[in-house]
Ligand binder design. Structure first.
Ligand code: HEM
Length: 399
């Protein structure tokens, strides 16, 4: 599978998957949307938050009154100087060491999920492992008691269902404000739940991320209760499906490159390269967005103020000016400056966690199932969500 067959339901807009190249690194469509396909041009946008704002909601829905914006207080929607301050504070809590220390716990959780499939001759990789693992890890890391895990999973399902209702394909459905809010994780039950836990951590600190977020400070300044709740919700929305999709896409890439599957089996240290190459070749975030807030120029194209700018990360990751043989899945690529985690001030804060989970999932699958392979009687299915490229069903045989 260097190129996905038509019957897999992959979004046809992701033209790079079929080896096609964009007409130009930057184009503007009839609706005025700016499309950025080039690697260097994406870097230029990421590197200029003064001209390209992350507060896209203000452009699409208009400036909301104070406190009423759907994405109010979200790190990913903030611009400097607010973003700089918030990111510094949350980085005090969400540290690489905290993530590295999660390893034994993630191994245990993944082991439990795989144990539950024992006695079967196969796995449905997504529902058995890739979908539940990242939600449980985030809930666990925040400090959600194991007994409430099911609740958390239900909320995540609701967020996903709302996001599905917003896709371009589902034009029969109206884009209700509640759907937009729910897709951003604004479920009243989830918000109330997180708020109650944050309040409790103030008086009864525990060894968990919520406590660390409540206590983190820079120059005497801490996050408000609302800010902690918003960040916790953001972790769920930003960190769940992206990681699930990476695990699924990675197995699909390896299965269709048996020579690479054989190499990783004999040399498990290649795992990091496999994860990075999956993020380039089949990166789960096909596009990220910005709003132009100044008149600028990109690759000779005039970009006026007030435009939606789509950074097509998947296309940039196959830019021939940056990558040799971009349509070849090559885990040995070094360096591999893919944009799967974005770049610049908004570079994915969860990257160390996503990398760790993906490596653990890969290692455990290979260790447990020496004959793991795709079940050819069932074609993989893909998520029907805008800007996401991820397998939603991947039936695998284990013996
Ligand atoms: C392989 C899985 C993942 C991928 C491909 C991914 C991708 C990205 C990308 C491309 C961005 C930058 C978006 C932009 O600049 O517009 C981003 C930001 C972010 N990601 Fe991830 N992500 C992943 C996993 C995670 C995880 C596990 C978490 C947390 C648990 C997380 C939390 C965040 C947050 C909070 C931001 C916003 C950072 C900021 O604005 O400063 N992500 N992610």
């Amino acid at each position: 599978m260097t190129r996905p067959p038509q019957d897999w339901g992959v979004n046809p807009n992701y033209f790079w998957l079929w080896g096609r190249r964009p007409d130009a690194p930057v184009t503007i469509d009839d609706g005025g949307v700016v499309h950025v396909y080039g690697h260097a041009e994406c870097l230029e946008v990421y590197g200029n938050p003064q001209a390209y704002s992350s507060n896209v909601e203000a452009l699409l829905l208009g400036e909301a009154p104070e406190g009423e914006a759907l994405n109010e207080g979200a790190l990913s929607a903030a611009d400097p100087p607010k973003h700089t301050k918030m990111r510094k504070i949350v980085s005090r809590a969400f540290t690489p060491k905290m993530v590295a220390d999660l390893e034994p716990r993630i191994v245990e959780l993944a082991g439990d999920l795989l144990d539950a499939t024992q006695g079967r001759s196969g796995l449905e990789l997504i529902s058995d492992l890739a979908y539940p693992l990242p939600v449980i890890v985030i809930a666990d890391m925040l400090g959600v008691p194991a007994g409430d895990r099911e609740l958390f999973k239900q909320w995540v399902d609701q967020i996903l269902a709302a996001a599905g209702d917003l896709t371009v394909e589902s034009t029969g459905k109206s884009r209700e404000d509640e759907d937009v809010a729910a897709a951003m994780g604004q479920l009243p039950e989830l918000m109330d739940y997180l708020r109650a836990h944050v309040a409790e951590r103030r008086t009864k600190p525990r060894e968990d991320l919520l406590t660390k977020l409540v206590e983190a400070e820079i120059g005497g300044e801490r996050l408000s209760e609302n800010a902690v709740v918003t960040f916790a919700r953001e972790l769920l929305v930003a960190g769940h499906l992206t990681t699930s999709a990476t695990i699924g896409n990675m197995l699909l890439c390896l299965d269709s490159h048996p020579e690479q599957m054989a190499r990783i089996r004999t040399n498990p240290r290649l795992d990091a390269g496999v994860v990075e190459e999956t993020l380039r070749f089949y990166g789960p975030l096909a596009a990220s967005v910005r709003a132009s807030v100044a008149d600028t120029e990109l690759a000779g194209v005039k970009v006026p103020k007030g435009r939606l700018v789509r950074l097509w990360l998947g296309a940039a990751n196959r830019d021939t000016r940056q990558f040799t043989d971009p349509d070849v899945f090559d885990p040995d690529r070094d360096p591999n400056p893919h944009l799967g985690f974005g770049r610049g001030i908004h570079f994915c804060i969860g990257a160390p966690l996503a990398r760790l989970e993906s490596r653990i999932a890969l290692r455990m699958l290979l260790e447990r199932y020496p004959k793991l392979r795709r079940d050819m009687d069932h074609a993989p299915e893909f998520l029907a969500l805008d800007d996401i490229l991820g397998v939603s069903k991947l039936q695998m045989l284990t013996d």
